[in-house]
Design a protein around this ligand. Sequence first.
Ligand SMILES: *Cc1c(COP(=O)(O)O)cnc(C)c1O
Length: 449
Amino acid sequence: MATIPSRSSLRAWFQCSEPGCEDQHYPLNEVVFRCRRCGGLLEVQHDTTALAAASADDWKAALDGRLGHRAPGGSGVWAHHEWIAPGVAPENIVSFAEGGTALQAMGRFAVEVGVPRVWLKQCGVTHTGSFKDLGLTVLVSQVKQMLAEGVPIRAVACASTGDTSAALAAYAAAAGIPAVVFLPRGKISVPQLIQPIANGAKVLALDTDFDGCMEIVQEVTADGGLYLANSLNSLRIEGQKTVAFEIVRQLDWQVPDWIVIPGGNLGNVSALGRGLDLMLQLGLIDRLPRIAVAQSAMANPLYLSYLRDFTVFEPVEAQATAASAIRIGNPVSIKRAVRTLQATNGVVEQASEDELANAAAWADRSGFFIDPHTGVALAAMIKLVGKGLIGRDDRVVVVSTASGLKFPDWKVAYHLSQLEGVISRHANPPIELPATVAAAREALERVLC
Ligand SMILES: *Cc1c(COP(=O)(O)O)cnc(C)c1O
């Protein structure tokens, strides 16, 4: 039986992520979102020396033993308890059995694209329908831990393009903690809007965009009492980084050649980088995959910076895109995303509305049901194959971030060829017929030729 260090022997803390300011540390149970000295983002740091007391093989054996329902509460996130938040006591874990999602071979679609070994990491097949569950289980559990320790917190709060608020509302409701969500009015899908409402969160719909909501929520959470749940809070990154662990474990502890991931606020790509980095430090892997961040052409500040070798970064005003969760012009995690891309020899690609819609519909023809954000990632992958950057023998993992079921209006409009600026190449509209056998026969002759 492999021996791994006990949770009580492990430590984790917030540490400033700015070069030169790393000596700024804060306990994880303190209400702090940015470095008090320089205002930089904080990162959760682990005592990797203590973690490395177990060998890579010991860790692999321990984690393999926690697969699926044998993980605490069936959670793929808390299967990695020691690596994310060792200070959270088991009784304070708030979980909906998130994570542990399929790494689905893309089969016919992958062959058609010309890269047979493409897998879809189905992070959207989860409790609230997006990968945001992975981060919010950690954040809300930490808040529950803090409340148990007597830290005064009135509510948890976030600005959201829809999915964060859905996940925050669900986990907070499960824990009995009040939640407040700030949403850009009229800019998110009905399924996304109704989730926090149903779970009892206080929903503030503001006449602005996501970036506007983000400014306001940072202002109102600055003076304590409200605990900020946006991804600048790196507790979320700790949960989201388990996607990297799962991908590698699902490939029998092998590293893929590429991981393609859609990016908006850029917390998720940073999380991927953190997860890979920890596995590298603990010797579970010996190299890094290349990472490709996919952005909507309507909200592409990282792409524009990439074109200039990241020497400059300028926020943009994000325009309307079907990929509404990445309609972000001033990403909070820009610096950590650039660090991740530089460490992994990464690239950035963008996709137009036409490209993302047709990529999603193309994959749907092989049985998938792709949301617009994952459509951005698939379109980017197709373009990178076209440019010869992704080779036909490469092993590629595309991170799917949400369930297509959250975006029914967009799916319907595509198949009715009603999306503006999109030529629906894979449209499959229903055939409307009079209710007669003759009409049905005639239609079948036509469509099954
Ligand atoms: C939040 C979200 C993203 C973007 O993640 P970032 O961390 O903001 O880059 C992508 N897709 C979906 C569906 C999301 O909800």
